[in-house]
Design a protein around this ligand. Structure first.
Ligand SMILES: Cc1cc2nc3c(=O)[nH]c(=O)nc-3n(C[C@H](O)[C@H](O)[C@H](O)COP(=O)(O)OP(=O)(O)OC[C@H]3O[C@@H](n4cnc5c(N)ncnc54)[C@H](O)[C@@H]3O)c2cc1C
Length: 463
């Protein structure tokens, strides 16, 4: 008897997993496979906190699969390039006749999957790639001329029209317990190495589908109605904080879409679903314009901008020592929790790429190295938006003033006080821009904002 194998990557869940459900629908006994690739993760700057999140979710996944009679094989190689060699030996030993997986959009993942598909063809193993991370196949949402959209609003309108037929969820049933054969010596690899973990990460980002669903439900029941107003206030628990669960695939985008409509109707739901569509849009852009995976700006006419590569200034930004309170508080939030509020991601990214004119790719990399929700497409899209190099990005002359943003979105300074205790005694006005009231243990601003703004405007102007 042969088996169907589902290869888990960033889809660490049982519920609504299209690949896993399709493997079972084949009628064959199903086994799961996970292949850790630490050297590839290093190359991709995957953050230690994210790798630990993967490790803990993989453990939870294994428990759920065991309860369904589905074994999970966990192996390790160095890089994606090593995977075909491993599978060439493994698939015959497991007597796998089908290999299922969910599609991933970045270019290295696409190349990896092509190489595996070629190998499987030689071995006579049928490969099935399923749509999972996006609500629609990238080719399904096109403009009237049959071209990919380059701007979010028309993309989202077309997507919403298609979404009138609600997304369908996939389920898996228990099976007779499948026992896999023992692997021969040459196939036993090292146990997956996810790197060092810090004890607080588990508390900050609890793992598992049960927890993720609880978080999703409580947001949709209690807070989504106010999302439109609350989502911009970093001091308020106004967003879902589901991004890490979506990025690791502990939740699916379809589950979120449907859950949102279950509880309320109105501006909050519409606005939140728009954010889910931004999630789709950046993956869609990465699929259609894979050059963005190669550290290139999406815009091809932006080569004249003289990005600066000042390591000392970059370090000040990384460590939250710019002397601009909202930027420093945000950067410390990232270092302390592995997450940063969306409004603050825009403020800090724009401060780096515009006021400091430092190469946005440095910032993109720093974020990736520290985010628990690091997602290549969303991170790249967010950075290119802020640096005005991307599709549908902010016009270069609309430069956020971080002090004004701080006054507007953290008016009473509660977020600043929480993250910058050295400024806690300042009044609600001066905390945003301490000036002469600056305590001695807080640095002066690293540059005049007006100077940085003017330098950026000149730099972006065409020669
Ligand atoms: C410079 C920059 C870098 C970013 N890097 C990432 C990243 O690495 N990973 C990531 O998931 N998001 C990234 N974002 C988008 C956004 O900041 C986060 O998704 C959001 O802050 C996560 O918090 P939440 O789950 O509470 O979001 P909510 O406000 O509750 O939104 C729900 C979900 O929608 C998606 N989403 C929300 N906003 C966006 C957006 N602008 N673009 C794409 N998807 C979105 C996320 O999956 C999020 O979990 C970045 C934004 C910027 C400006």
């Amino acid at each position: 008897m042969t088996i169907a194998l589902h290869w888990f990557r960033t889809d660490l869940r049982v519920a609504d997993n299209p690949g896993l459900a399709a493997a079972q629908a084949s009628g064959l006994p199903v086994a799961g496979l996970y292949i850790a690739t630490p050297a590839q993760w290093d190359m991709h700057d995957d953050a230690p906190i994210k790798r630990d999140f993967w490790r803990r979710n993989l453990y939870e996944l294994q428990q759920s699969l065991t309860a369904l009679g589905i074994p999970l094989l966990k192996l390790q190689v160095h890089r994606y390039d090593d995977i075909p060699v491993l599978l060439e030996k493994l698939l015959p030993v497991l007597r796998a006749s089908e290999l299922h997986c969910n599609l991933e959009v970045p270019i290295n993942e696409r190349k990896r999957d092509e190489a595996v598909a070629t190998l499987c063809q030689q071995l006579g193993v049928r490969v099935h790639r399923h749509l999972d991370h996006l609500l629609f196949a990238p080719q399904a949402v096109m403009n009237k001329s049959g071209e990919p959209f380059k701007v979010f609003t028309p993309f989202s309108k077309t997507a919403r029209a298609l979404l009138l037929a609600a997304p369908v969820l996939h389920s898996v049933k228990p099976q007779h317990v499948l026992v896999l054969p023992a692997l021969p010596q040459g196939l036993v690899t090292a146990l997956p190495d996810f790197g060092e973990a810090q004890p607080q990460w588990e508390e900050q980002w609890p793992a598992g589908e049960t927890h993720a669903h609880r978080r999703m439900r409580s947001f949709c029941q209690q807070r989504i109605a106010d999302y439109k107003e609350a989502r911009d206030l970093p001091a308020v628990d106004g967003t879902s904080t589901l991004s890490a669960y979506l990025a690791a695939g502990v939740l699916s985008i379809r589950q979120c879409w449907l859950e949102a409509t279950r509880w309320h109707d109105g501006n909050g739901v519409f606005t939140w679903q728009n954010e889910l569509l931004w999630h789709d849009f950046y993956k869609y852009i990465m699929w259609h314009y894979p050059h963005v995976c190669r550290h290139l700006p999406w815009k091809t006419d932006i080569g004249h901008v003289p990005w600066r590569h000042d390591k000392k200034e970059f370090q000040q930004w990384c460590e939250g020592r710019t002397g601009v309170p909202i930027v420093d508080a945000a950067m410390r939030q990232l270092l302390q929790t592995g997450w940063m509020h969306n409004r603050l991601r825009m403020i800090t990214a724009m401060f780096l790429s515009k006021h400091l004119l430092i190469d946005w790719r440095w910032g993109e990399r720093w974020f990736m190295q520290h985010l628990v929700d690091g997602d290549f497409a969303a991170n790249n899209g967010g950075w290119q938006w802020s640096a005005s190099t991307g599709t549908d990005s902010v016009p270069y002359f609309r430069i956020f003033n971080p002090v004004t943003q701080s006054q507007r979105f953290d008016t009473d300074g509660s977020f600043l006080r929480r993250l910058l205790p050295e400024l806690a005694a300042l009044d609600n006005k001066s905390i945003h821009d301490p000036g002469l009231l600056r305590p001695t243990n807080y640095p002066p601003p690293m540059l005049e904002l007006a100077f940085g703004r003017e330098r950026a405007l000149q730099a972006f102007k065409r020669p």
